[in-house]
Ligand binder design. Structure first.
Ligand SMILES: *[C@@H]1O[C@H](CO)[C@@H](O)[C@H](O)[C@H]1NC(C)=O
Ligand SMILES: *[C@@H]1O[C@H](CO)[C@@H](O)[C@H](O)[C@H]1NC(C)=O
Ligand SMILES: *[C@@H]1O[C@H](CO)[C@@H](O)[C@H](O)[C@H]1NC(C)=O
Ligand SMILES: *[C@@H]1O[C@H](CO)[C@@H](O)[C@H](O)[C@H]1NC(C)=O
Ligand SMILES: *[C@@H]1O[C@H](CO)[C@@H](O)[C@H](O)[C@H]1NC(C)=O
Ligand SMILES: *[C@@H]1O[C@H](CO)[C@@H](O)[C@H](O)[C@H]1NC(C)=O
Ligand SMILES: *[C@@H]1O[C@H](CO)[C@@H](O)[C@H](O)[C@H]1NC(C)=O
Ligand SMILES: *[C@@H]1O[C@H](CO)[C@@H](O)[C@H](O)[C@H]1NC(C)=O
Ligand SMILES: *[C@@H]1O[C@H](CO)[C@@H](O)[C@H](O)[C@H]1NC(C)=O
Length: 487
């Protein structure tokens, strides 16, 4: 194209553009006007709000409901929520007042309320407002020492006494811990470091431990960075934990289990999110000879609708301390994601006790290394006094409706000649796998059945029934050892 022509062409184009340019100019002006208007409105609003806050008239984000006839505010007992003042005395005064009055509600208002361990009382509600944070002091000199748990004989990681929990209670009934998603923060970091450097002389304390108590309700709060296990109901009855968030770093936060029901009966854990440095949930009932002597099972426990992440251990575990027995457990509607293991049953010779009548249904495993694990050589003992002939029984366990993607080993069921896994049932299992080796459904000393078709194909140890329950193929060898720890 010659230059003159090109210029003409451009002029033409320019002319054609004029009307639409004018049009967009007009739109732009309108737009600017609207934006200006909105900015002024917002500015006025914040100015008014600022004025209200300045005069102390701003409405609190969510009014605290009255859940008991008597209500107290922590700040009325001299507490200061500045994150620096130590408020142990204020908590103690408030709770002793509630005790004196036969019960009541303690509101923890927005702020950072630093405290050393304190005890709850019966018929009380601890209510954490939105943006209320209870902070545990991370100087162990402030932490009370308590005698070992009778069913453990020792502190769990050091002989002798153990640190109590930040929030503690014994022989209580009717205790509620709830709120508008306020937080109980154990500031575990320095505990974890000291533990790793072997600087602690006693077993670390849980964030919340209630012993020999009943009618406990915990909901709508966040627990984070526990020094040790996060929630530890011990020998309790009728415990409901619902709609809570439990957080700790996924690695380098040793033993920060989410919830450890220990010798508890009648318990529900539901609608919660757990992401911690150890098991999400671990059902326990005492350790070797001490647990056998104490002899209090964990039973009638339902765990449902949890989302769990655990890169060190498993989403939901049973054991390894299970010497008082564990039975009648339902685990359902569980999602475990980006984790090391989905569910795990762990025990060993010396434990005694039993794990029976456990139902797992509707489990979803997303990017999990090993889906279902039963391990019978978890050889960690309190002392040399354990009885190697005290063999646990594992039986009547069923898995129904297991889905997954990105799972490396869907199942590793590791019984032994002394501790065989008996009467185990698999039904309706479809797990997408990422591991190309042959042995992906691994078994050893397992007796039980598969009903219908499952994917991946089960190990040879199991009998195969069709969907109508008719035997299709009897297993020829229940003791086949087909394990591969490479995965
Ligand atoms: C507790 O504090 C709230 C404001 O945060 C106030 O409305 C309420 O009256 C106080 N209650 C008591 C019992 O002092
Ligand atoms: C809490 O109660 C237990 C049992 O009564 C007691 O041993 C412990 O010293 C109390 N802890 C605190 C911090 O008062
Ligand atoms: C769960 O807790 C959150 C805040 O902690 C709350 O907003 C929500 O209403 C609760 N859900 C149920 C079902 O109670
Ligand atoms: C509660 O707070 C935690 C931690 O701040 C947060 O992760 C969680 O999403 C909150 N829950 C609800 C229901 O708002
Ligand atoms: C542990 O015990 C040793 C020796 O008795 C003592 O020097 C040290 O201060 C103790 N450490 C803690 C954290 O209590
Ligand atoms: C099991 O626990 C549930 C929920 O706590 C309770 O309603 C039920 O009565 C318990 N069943 C038995 C047999 O104890
Ligand atoms: C499951 O729990 C989540 C909180 O983790 C909650 O938002 C949801 O409503 C619950 N679903 C059912 C079916 O209860
Ligand atoms: C199975 O569990 C998932 C959560 O992992 C839930 O969304 C779904 O509704 C459950 N299915 C049934 C049939 O309960
Ligand atoms: C095997 O376990 C199932 C539950 O998973 C139970 O219904 C059945 O009675 C058990 N069979 C035997 C022989 O104990």
């Amino acid at each position: 194209m010659p230059d003159s022509l090109r210029i003409q062409h451009r002029k033409l184009e320019y002319k054609r553009l004029i009307p639409s340019y004018l049009l967009s100019h007009h739109t732009l002006l309108t737009l600017l006007w609207i934006i200006g208007f909105i900015v002024i409105v917002i500015w006025q609003r914040t100015a008014v709000e600022r004025l209200l806050i300045y005069r102390g008239l701003a409405p609190s984000p969510r009014p605290i409901p009255k859940l008991r006839p008597l209500v107290f505010n922590l700040s009325d007992f001299g507490a200061v929520g500045d994150g620096v003042t130590v408020n142990t005395k204020a908590f103690e005064r408030a709770i002793s007042e509630i005790k004196k009055r036969g019960g009541g509600q303690l509101n923890v208002q927005p702020g950072y309320w630093l405290t050393a361990p304190f005890n709850l009382t019966s018929h009380m509600t601890l209510f954490l407002a939105e943006n209320a944070v209870i902070l545990g002091i991370d100087d162990e000199n402030y932490w009370t020492l308590l005698p070992p748990l009778p069913s453990y004989g020792y502190g769990r990681e050091r002989h002798g006494p153990r640190y109590g929990s930040l929030i503690h209670g014994q022989n209580l009934k009717d205790v509620v811990i709830t709120g508008h998603n306020g937080t109980i923060n154990g500031q575990g970091r320095s505990w974890w470091e000291k533990y790793r450097k072997n600087l602690l002389n006693y077993t670390r304390g849980p964030l919340l431990q209630l012993m020999w108590s009943r009618d406990i309700h915990i909901s709508d709060v966040t627990f984070r960075d526990s020094p040790f296990w996060t929630l530890h109901p011990y020998d309790c009855e009728n415990v409901v934990i619902r709609n809570v968030t439990i957080l700790a770093p996924l690695t380098e936060a040793p033993n920060t289990d989410g919830i450890d029901p220990d010798s508890c009966v009648d318990m529900v854990i539901e609608d919660s999110y757990i992401s911690t440095g150890d098991d999400g949930v671990a059902i326990k009932s005492g350790w070797d000879q001490y647990g056998i002597a104490y002899s209090r099972p964990s039973s009638n426990i339902t765990i449902r609708n949890l989302t769990v992440r655990s890169m060190v251990s498993a989403g939901v575990s049973i054991g390894s301390e299970m010497s008082g027995g564990v039975s009648n457990i339902i685990v359902e509607n569980l999602l475990v994601w980006n984790s090391k293991r989905g569910i795990r049953i762990k025990t060993s010779a010396g434990r005694g006790g039993y794990i029976r009548h456990v139902i797992y249904r509707n489990l979803t495993l997303q990017n999990v290394r090993v889906g279902i694990v039963i391990k019978t050589d978890y050889n960690e003992h309190p002392d040399e006094g354990y009885d190697p002939n005290a063999l646990p029984v594992i039986e009547d366990i069923s898995f129904t409706g297991i889905r997954g993607q990105g799972v490396r080993i869907p199942a590793r069921i590791y019984g032994s000649p002394e501790i065989p896994v008996q009467n185990i049932t698999f039904q309706d299992i479809t797990v997408g796998i990422t591991y190309k080796k042959k042995r992906i459904f691994q078994c050893s000393f397992v007796q039980g059945r598969v009903i219908g078709k499952i994917f991946p194909a089960p190990c040879e140890n199991l009998d195969w029934y069709d969907d109508e329950g008719k035997l299709v193929r009897q297993s020829t060898n229940k003791n086949t050892q087909d394990l591969d720890y490479d995965g």
